[in-house]
Design a protein around this ligand. Sequence first.
Ligand code: UDP
Ligand code: MG
Length: 311
Amino acid sequence: MNDISVIIPIYNEESNLDELYNRLEKSVLKVSSNYEILFINDGSIDNSLEKIKEFAGKNKNVRYLSFSRNFGHQIAISAGIDKCSGDTVIIIDGDLQDPPELIPDLYKKHKEGYNVVYAKRKTRKGENLFKKITAKFFYRILSKITSVNIPLDTGDFRLIDDKILKSLKLMPEKHKFIRGQISWLGFKQTFIEYDRDSRKHGETKFTYRKMMNFAIDGITSFSAFPLKIVTFLGFIVSLFSLIVILYAIYSRFILDRVITGWTSLIISTMFIGGVQLLSIGIIGEYISRINNEVKNRPLYIVEEDNIDMKL
Ligand code: UDP
Ligand code: MG
């Protein structure tokens, strides 16, 4: 058993890895010499894996797990959670946006009796306006429509203890939204604040599509609000239709007007069509997630690792 494990998802970060490793090792040694640095190589196509193996060759505390392809950031972290051997776990990004120097501070706070210490971004540098705005918007909406209190302006950079670790392993969902799951668990959670740097080298690995999927996972995993909106819309539209139907009957039989109302006809057809498509889409998002759960495929496939090597 290690005192502390550091989990780092890595997807094409070769230009950051040397600095990351050096800074991490220095920082984590301040906490304990009985540590583990666990790299999860999420199907990198650059030299990341070779670099990681190099570190593992010279430091027996470095362990790695390499996926057979790119499975995604949240899944990489989940694999780390499955395989780490530490009592206390740090989750950190591999692009140096999360400064490793914060680890002793996270640990100190944990020693005051907290099960989760997350790092909250005071500022975020080097991210484009679109990302900042969408992120801000998303987390605020999410906190409005979910019953869990997911902290604003935090990523996955945090410390979790053995209790959280054990409980996380009991959550078998396939669509991971780890920061939400951790909030959902409860226990004693707190935060420290920091200024988020820009990524050292390379570009963000989060395409807009990945961001979008991540956002939908977050919402569907923790809220039925979109479904409630659908129900509400259905209700309102039906009510409105009823009025229009009554008017149509009235106008046919009482006013004896037969061929009028092309405009209202086209508007109502388009409107109801739009609402239906939107609703089916939202329901579809939930169903596709149920489908994935039912398929019950493994979350990731490991191609190689050095996890079982004796420390
Ligand atoms: N990452 C990963 N798999 C992916 C995308 C990203 O393991 O499919 C890793 C990436 O190497 C980095 C961390 O997740 O260590 C955060 O990614 P990134 O910095 O690109 O995200 P951003 O900070 O732009 O949200
Ligand atoms: Mg980043």
